[in-house]
Design a protein around this ligand. Structure first.
Ligand code: PLP
Length: 394
């Protein structure tokens, strides 16, 4: 075969894949494995969204759309920003793409020249560094410390900035930690970005999944200058349980959005037409299903968190959003005789029959990620199994 391009040779394979493949293999052999690896809500897409998609097809809306998305969808997104964040965007400041993931990919492609640096706080969503590298950029990591709830500080950010820094990624609520930045914290980070002229990429895909008294704040809503300095990334995947529909979007400076639209016109043409109609219904219809799902996640979190931290050797920063727990299990691994967390994760799968994702893939190897996007019954069983495993082996 021919030799592959250097850019793909440098890609790091997804660390989640190995464990997911092994879990699948065990399940096929008839093993009763509980998977806590899921990155998607376990609910069906709400019925009125499905109905709208079908209706659009029956009405003949099955052709190409503008590359940046249907004006009606952009208007629905603009209305959403006004309602939720009091942010006002124009039509040419929005691009809809094939999921937030692809929108981010397109953004880095239009933003980065070879050697440009993008600051990524750890732990990070696995695709950020790979997407930056694919665009010729260099990921620069700043360590979100557990004692600071994994949040990075303005000082850390300042120290990481060089003459090559182009952007910083903020993901609040965060995958994998579930941690949410406050308005004050965001403002302080934003101040550094304004002083140094660093673009803020604000990934707000988990915006609707926030618990307790906490409130999601977009860094873009804190001042007109910060709005201008920020590209907001969002989508319907997590909020409306629409992961498979592949609709995400970016909002921000029209020059960047126009460049992204030009690139999309040659790479995707447009996000799937039917999915765009579904997304219009998602935003223009009732938001009650979104709230119902949020409440279900919140209930699971409140029950499962206490059980998790009751396990010897496990500590966990309490998440305020998203649907992940990101406990530190270094001590639990040591107690059970494993010298690193990757080996502990493998043993959890093979012996305790619970599949979790090792933190090594997120840049923090002492942690594991558990998703609570599964039934309470299975969650309780899974945590009980982990507890049993740790106590029986220590
Ligand atoms: N950003 C974060 C932090 C995510 O966790 C995900 C999905 O897992 C995405 C973006 C991408 O979402 P989608 O491409 O489904 O819109």
């Amino acid at each position: 075969v021919v030799e592959l391009a250097n850019r793909v040779k440098a890609l790091t394979p997804s660390t989640t894949l190995a464990i997911t493949a092994k879990a699948k293999e065990l399940k096929e052999q008839g093993e009763d494995v509980i998977g806590l690896g899921a990155g998607e809500p376990d609910f069906n897409t709400p019925q009125h969204i499905l109905d709208a998609a079908l209706q659009s097809m029956n009405e003949g809306h099955t052709k190409y759309t503008p590359s940046a998305g249907l004006p009606a969808l952009k208007k629905a997104i603009i209305k959403k920003f006004e309602t939720d964040q009091e942010l006002t965007y124009k039509l040419n400041e929005i691009i809809v793409g094939n999921g937030a993931k692809h929108v981010l990919y397109t953004l880095f492609q239009v933003l980065l020249n070879d050697g440009d640096e993008v600051i990524i706080p750890t732990p990070y969503w696995v695709s950020y560094p790979e997407q930056v590298k694919l665009a010729g950029g260099i990921p620069v990591y700043i360590e979100g410390l557990e004692q600071n709830q994994f949040k990075v500080t303005p000082d850390q950010l300042k120290r990481a900035i060089t003459k090559n820094t182009k952007a910083v990624i903020i993901n609040s609520p965060s995958n994998p930690t579930g941690v949410l930045y406050t308005a004050d914290e965001l403002f302080a980070i934003g101040k550094v970005c304004l002083e140094e002229n660093i673009l803020i990429v604000s990934d707000e895909i988990y915006e609707k999944l926030v618990y307790g008294e906490n409130k999601h704040i977009s860094i873009a809503q804190l001042s007109p200058e910060l709005k201008e300095q920020t590209i907001v990334i969002n989508g319907v995947s997590k909020s409306h349980s629409m992961t498979g529909w592949r609709i995400g979007y970016a909002a921000g400076n029209k020059v960047i959005i126009e460049a992204m639209t030009n690139l999309a016109s040659h790479s995707t043409s447009n996000p799937t037409t039917t999915a765009q109609y579904a997304a219009i219904a998602a935003y223009n219809g009732s938001q009650q299903p979104v709230e119902d799902m949020r409440q279900a996640f919140e209930e699971r979190l409140s029950i499962i968190f206490d059980k998790l931290v009751a396990i010897p050797g496990i500590t966990c920063v309490k998440p305020q959003g998203a649907f992940y727990l990101y406990p530190n299990v270094k001590k639990a691994a040591e107690l059970t005789g494993y010298h690193n967390v990757d080996a502990f994760v493998e043993a959890l799968l093979v012996d305790a029959k619970v599949a979790v994702i090792p933190g090594s893939g997120f840049g923090t190897p002492d942690n594991i990620r558990l998703s609570y996007a599964t039934s309470l019954e299975l969650l309780e069983k899974a945590v009980e199994r982990i507890h049993q495993f740790v106590t029986s082996k220590s």
